[in-house]
Design a protein around this ligand. Structure first.
Ligand code: URA
Ligand code: SF4
Length: 183
């Protein structure tokens, strides 16, 4: 673990800790306010993210921007990162060995940001952060506290594109986050 961003960022350049290094264009480290109260964790980069080296800049990112606007926060105010930093082929779910290889970077990011609240976007974020025993369908919308951080699991924005009900639940969950931030 590194106690500063410079060393952490330097440590990931040219990372080859898992096979996802083979097809990446850019490592998508994470972006935003390094002292944010609120952090969002997604799954992994898609094609647009891989191209630009930034998280949530494609279709799912547009939805996230709407969500930020909807709860009255600027994207620049929060910190955004993913479970894996390199794009899985065909956007498949990251495999166990890949997530495990990459998770220390994210853990270090969380330690440096010290957020009060972390929103877990979808099953991959939930299972890798809080444990495999959790399922997104039953865990979403409920606060979970661990080591002084409040976690809100919710749907991944990509899931909303396919299901109107999930959209309603996603908004409900984000409103809970807004309420908690205002406390
Ligand atoms: N989906 C994710 O989980 N993360 C991104 O950065 C983009 C899409
Ligand atoms: Fe390294 Fe993570 Fe990329 Fe794997 S996904 S090569 S562990 S940065």
């Amino acid at each position: 673990m590194y106690d500063n961003w410079e060393e952490l960022e330097k440590s990931i350049i040219n990372c080859k800790k898992c096979k996802l290094c083979q097809n990446r264009t850019n490592i998508v480290f994470g972006t935003g306010n390094k002292e944010a109260d609120l952090m969002f964790i997604g799954e992994g980069p898609g094609a647009d993210e891989d191209k630009q080296g930034l998280p949530f800049v494609g279709k799912a990112g547009k939805l996230m921007n709407e969500a930020f606007k909807g709860i009255g926060i600027n994207r620049e105010e929060v910190y955004i990162a993913n479970i894996v930093k390199c794009r899985p082929p065909q956007n498949r779910v990251p495999e166990q060995d890949e997530a495990e290889a990459c998770l220390n970077y994210l853990r270090n990011q969380v330690i440096l940001v010290k957020p009060k609240i972390i929103v877990l976007l979808g099953s991959t974020a939930l299972k890798n952060i809080l444990g495999k025993e959790y399922g997104i369908t039953s865990a979403r919308g409920k606060w979970l506290e661990k080591k002084g951080i409040k976690y809100m699991p919710t749907w991944h924005p990509a899931a909303l594109l396919r299901d109107e009900n999930k959209k309603i639940e996603f908004w409900k969950d984000l409103k809970e986050v807004r309420k908690e931030l205002d406390k």
